[in-house]
Structures are given as structure tokens and as C-alpha cells.
Write a protein that binds this ligand. Structure first.
Ligand code: DCP
Ligand code: MG
Ligand code: MG
Length: 580
């Protein structure tokens, strides 16, 4: 029974949200290239850990983020493929995002990391509810285009597609026994959405990839319910009553609720269990469920939570947000699709660089990767005749291909920090500092080679920035270098029409080369799309793996990982935040 004193927050159920999560994503990308691997246990390696593994391997006891040594012990015939280069994964991600986006009417299509996509399909579902013929539900037609009634698919509206989760007659709903529910607007909307989800999953399968999908009325619930049946399946949360949604939320471990991080978990766990939590115990292992926190007799309202979670430096409105999440309430919108990222960055970690030639070499490697990323994410190839003035034309066979920059970053930022060892007791991001400068226009040239661009960029921009950041002639002990391009021009969809003019204007304003302190956030993850390159050489990896308990805490999720694997792991968080 609900405590009569507590007033649950109101959940809005007027939207329909789909959440897609690709199955064992990196592994699927590799299998797509080498189909013979599908039948074998496959792990994707980043340094000494598995970023992921396919489901054949999972059935053999191998798991995501397992160390390679442990995975090999459990499954000696595991096929291991290097997954350091994210380019192929990013390409597939873009391809599938574009596919789903092409079906959206509202344009509300949001990426979360590389393998998850939210779709707000409220409008498509509402339109198709109107088209339903209640006398002939089993021969319904889902219209995918308002303009073209022939674009669509047939479906049976007497039954949900896929799994149904919840206690409002979910079992009967799955078997097509509607009863009175057929007159319930939310029930019908979710039912139609389940068919749309299936159709879209099949479209993704036509491209060669399988997904899980969650269907509900907000992002939180759609993501959580999608996890219920993986891989290659979908689940609808049929939450017609508050109690159904509460009991669904209650069953999750606190830390499994998106939006409830390790710090909040620790505080709530300690409060529920009535004891100080051991900071050495990982928050992922928290035994307290969302239900225990929600139903705790002393947590009656957000005001109580505020006393627990508030305090100096805490996020404004945090208690209210957590209170809502515990009740399955999440009003955040699915963000409209964006063509270009707000910034792109690439970084690498080192065990203390001290020599100028090493710095120059690493900067050249980073810049080359950054340039490749910029080409991938910011240049559009099309086969139309290029407009005058902004496109370079290549002739290949008889096909004319025009290339143009969709957006041009105007600023480059260099960040460095010294190397610290885990025994130094320094925070991970200790002494991180940044400097910025205008990004020169030759970076966007299609006529000079990438090698030339990189060389000029390093010599003329990055090294001077480096010396400003690290003025002392020696003892740099560099542990990280990050190069970031930001301040995008033309990212509003219009592209950049005349790069020359844009930079001439910029040069007028910034006649002299200037370097200035950036207001970069101290978080290593603040930059959208920060990417770690190969953090250590293969020699140092093997050295690191012999270090036994050289473990380090991920500052974001507090997972303890081998230090050598941390960079690859953090890269994942960055993508999670920014949908790179
Ligand atoms: N990834 C990573 N580091 C992590 C978690 C994930 O590099 N700490 C990468 C590898 C995954 C991809 O991101 O393939 C997507 O992450 P998911 O958590 O969705 O895992 P998978 O898609 O691999 O598996 P699942 O089928 O469980 O979704
Ligand atoms: Mg995922
Ligand atoms: Mg996945």
C-alpha cells in the first residue's frame, strides 16, 4: 500500500518514446565485416579488457568489460579482435541513426553513445490511432508518411508486437485478449508503437544489425524496459496504473536507474541501510533497490531527499529529480536530431613525456586523427553538381562528387596535464589546463594534403600553445594531451557556404595570432566527443598487464579497472554523454 502521506509526482503519459540499443554493438560491427565470426565466441578488445563480446561468448560466461585474461580462461577459443579504432563503429552508428531519423516526423531523434537511439514517435502514433478501423483491427495499416499513404505496413492491432511488461493485463494483451482495454487511449498508443518498433527493428536488420527496443511514455522507462528482453527483442511497458510503473521501477537496483549516479546511490544506500557505506565497495554492487528508497518511511517527499542530497555544490533541483526518477517520472525531451557535433576532440594518455620530439610526434598523431574525425563528421559528399564558390569538385569515372564542409570549427583548444601515478594520491584530472587559438583556414583545404595540414598545425599553432601551457623548459612529465576543435560555424544545417569569406572576417577580428586561457570545464568529459586515441604502446600494455593490482577508479562510474584500460573505458562515458 502506498503511504497516504506521500504524494507521488505526476507522470505525464502523453508521449510515446522508443529506445533502441544495438546488440553487442562493436561485436556486431565486426561480424558484419566477417560473417564467419557470427558462429564463434567473439570478444572486442581495447587494451587488456573486452569492450564487449557477442552473445555466443556471453553464453560461455564471458561478459562485457571482463579482462582479456579472465575471458580467455573461461572461453579459451574466444576470438579476439582489436577494437581501438572506433571509426568503423562510428560509421555504422551514423548509418543507423540516419536510417531511424528518416522515419521520424518530428525530427526528435537523439543518440546516446554510439549504439542507442531515442525516438519520440508521439505524432506518428497519434496519426495512426485516428486511422484505426475498430471493426477490422487485425487488418490495420500503419501509415509512415502523411504525404504518401502508400508508405506504410500492415499489422494486427488486436495484439502487441513483442514482449509486454507490466501487470495491467499484460499477459492477455500479449495474446490479443484486449477486453475493455481496447478503449484505453494509452493502451492503444502503446500497442501501435510496439508494431512501429518492430517494423523499425526489421529495417535495421535489413542493414545487417539486430537491436533491443523499449517502448514507453518517457525516456527513462523506455530505456529500462528495453533491457528486459535482449538481444533481438523488444518490450513495451504497459503501465496504465501508477502502481504498475512504481513496481517496475522498484525492482531495479538504485544504481541501475539512469540519472542516479554513484554519489547519490551511496548516500541513499547508507540512509536506507542506516550505516556509513564503505567507499571501497563499488556503487554498482549496491544492494538497495529503487523501491527500498522510494518506500522508505523516512523518505516522504523531495524535501527529505533534499536534506540528504542537498548541500554546498550540489546540483540545483537534484532531490526533485531523484524523487521523480524513483517514481518513473522523466519529462526530459528527446532532443531534435543534429547534423554536426558541437565540438570534436581527441586525446591520449602517456606515462610522462619530457622530450620535445616526443611531444611533437604525439601532437602530429593526435592532429592526424582529429583531422580524420573532422572529415568524417563534418564533410558531406554529395553527387549533385556543386554550387560555385564553396565546393571542390573531383571527377571519378563519370561521376561528379562534390564535397563540402557542413560546419567549420573556428577554435582549437589544447589541453595537457602531468602524469600522476595512482600512488600519488592526486585526483585523476590534477593540474589539467587549456589554451585556445583560432583554427587556421588551411585546415579546411581540399587542395593540400592532410600531412601538410598536420605539419603546419602542429608547428604554427599547437606547439606554441603547448609552450604557453608548459613554459618551463624541462620537467613537463606530460600525462595527457587533448586537442579539441570547437565553436562551430554553420552547424545550423545550412553548412558553410564560403569558408574563405568566413575566415577573412575572422582574420579581421583576430588580426594577430592570439592565445588565450580557455574556460574549459575541469572535467575530462566536458568536451563533446572527446576521444582517446591509443593510450599506450603495445609494449607498455603488456608491461601494464603484469602490474597485477595497478587498478584505478573511473571517476565517473567508479568502476575499478586496470589502469591501462581506463582511457578506453572513459572514452565510452564521453560518447554516452554526447552521442558522438
Ligand atoms: N562500450 C565500451 N565501454 C563500456 C561500455 C560499452 O567501450 N564501458 C562500447 C562497447 C559496446 C558499445 O559501447 O559494444 C555499446 O555498449 P552497450 O552497453 O550497449 O553494450 P553492447 O551493445 O556491446 O551489448 P548489449 O547487447 O548488452 O547492448
Ligand atoms: Mg548501449
Ligand atoms: Mg548495446
Amino acid at each position: 500500500m502506498e503511504n497516504p502521506k506521500r504524494k507521488p509526482p505526476r507522470r505525464k503519459d502523453d508521449r510515446v518514446i522508443l529506445h533502441f540499443d544495438l546488440d553487442c554493438f562493436y561485436a556486431q560491427c565486426v561480424e558484419h565485416q566477417q560473417p564467419a565470426l557470427k558462429a564463434l565466441p567473439l570478444g572486442i578488445r581495447q587494451k587488456g579488457i573486452l569492450a564487449t563480446c557477442n552473445y555466443v561468448a556471453r553464453h560461455r560466461g564471458v561478459n562485457k568489460l571482463m579482462t582479456l585474461a579472465e575471458a580467455k580462461r573461461l572461453c579459451p577459443d574466444l576470438v579476439v579482435v582489436e577494437g581501438e579504432d572506433l571509426t568503423p563503429f562510428r560509421n555504422v552508428s551514423k548509418q543507423l541513426y540516419a536510417l531511424l531519423r528518416s522515419y521520424s516526423w518530428s525530427g526528435k531523434v537523439e543518440r546516446l553513445g554510439l549504439d542507442e537511439i531515442y525516438l519520440d514517435v508521439t505524432d506518428m502514433v497519434a496519426y495512426n490511432v485516428e486511422l484505426l478501423n475498430r471493426n477490422c483491427l487485425n487488418q490495420s495499416y500503419f501509415c509512415l508518411s502523411r504525404a504518401d499513404p502508400e508508405q506504410g505496413f500492415q499489422y494486427d492491432a488486436t495484439v502487441f508486437s513483442g514482449c509486454v511488461y507490466g501487470d495491467d493485463g499484460a499477459a492477455s494483451a500479449a495474446q490479443g485478449l484486449h477486453g475493455d482495454l481496447v478503449d484505453n487511449a494509452l493502451y492503444i498508443r502503446l500497442l501501435l508503437a510496439s508494431h512501429l518498433a518492430r517494423y523499425l527493428r526489421l529495417k535495421i536488420e535489413e542493414e545487417g544489425y539486430t537491436t533491443a527496443c523499449g517502448i514507453s511514455t518517457n525516456k527513462l522507462l523506455a530505456k529500462l524496459v528495453g533491457n528486459k528482453n535482449k538481444p533481438r527483442n523488444q518490450s513495451t511497458l504497459l503501465g496504465l496504473r501508477d502502481e504498475t510503473v512504481f513496481s517496475f521501477m522498484d525492482s531495479h537496483g538504485l544504481r541501475k536507474v539512469p540519472g542516479i549516479g554513484s554519489k547519490i546511490t551511496r548516500i541513499l544506500e547508507g540512509f536506507v541501510l542506516g550505516k556509513e557505506m564503505d567507499p571501497n565497495i563499488h556503487s554498482m554492487d549496491c544492494s538497495v533497490t529503487a523501491g527500498q528508497a522510494r518506500a522508505h518511511p523516512s523518505i516522504q517527499s523531495p524535501a527529505v531527499l533534499d536534506k540528504l542530497l542537498g548541500g554546498p555544490g550540489s546540483e540545483r533541483g537534484l532531490a526533485g529529480k531523484v524523487w521523480s526518477l524513483l517514481h518513473g517520472v522523466d519529462d526530459t525531451e528527446v532532443k531534435p536530431a543534429r547534423d554536426v557535433p558541437t565540438q570534436i576532440s581527441i586525446e591520449d594518455t602517456y606515462r610522462g613525456l619530457n622530450e620535445a620530439p616526443e611531444i611533437r610526434r604525439e601532437m602530429a598523431l593526435l592532429s592526424a586523427s582529429l583531422l580524420r574525425r573532422m572529415h568524417l563528421d563534418l564533410i558531406e559528399d554529395d553527387h549533385a553538381t556543386p554550387a560555385q564558390g564553396h565546393a571542390h569538385t573531383q571527377s571519378s569515372m563519370s561521376v561528379m562528387v562534390s564535397r563540402r564542409w557542413l560546419a567549420c570549427p573556428k577554435t582549437v583548444r589544447l589541453t595537457t596535464r602531468p602524469y600522476t601515478s595512482p600512488t600519488d594520491g592526486k585526483p585523476y584530472d590534477w593540474a589539467r589546463a587549456s589554451r585556445s587559438a583560432p583554427l587556421p583556414s588551411y585546415v579546411f583545404s581540399f587542395t593540400i594534403t592532410s600531412e601538410q595540414i598536420v605539419e603546419k598545425l602542429v608547428a604554427e599553432i599547437l606547439l606554441p600553445l603547448f609552450y604557453k601551457l608548459n613554459p618551463s623548459p624541462k620537467g613537463w612529465n606530460i600525462g595527457l594531451i587533448n586537442v579539441c576543435v570547437t565553436n562551430m560555424a554553420g552547424g545550423d544545417g545550412g553548412g558553410v557556404r564560403d569558408i574563405g569569406a568566413m575566415f577573412r572576417r575572422q582574420d579581421d577580428v583576430l588580426r594577430e595570432f592570439t592565445a588565450y586561457d580557455s574556460t574549459a570545464s575541469p572535467s575530462p568529459f566536458a568536451g563533446a566527443q572527446a576521444e582517446r586515441k591509443t593510450p599506450l604502446t603495445s609494449e607498455s600494455v603488456s608491461g601494464a598487464s603484469s602490474q597485477g593490482d595497478d587498478m584505478e577508479l573511473c571517476p565517473l562510474c567508479e568502476l575499478y579497472l586496470p589502469r591501462f584500460a581506463l582511457a578506453a573505458h572513459e572514452r565510452f562515458h564521453t560518447m554516452e554523454e554526447d552521442g558522438s
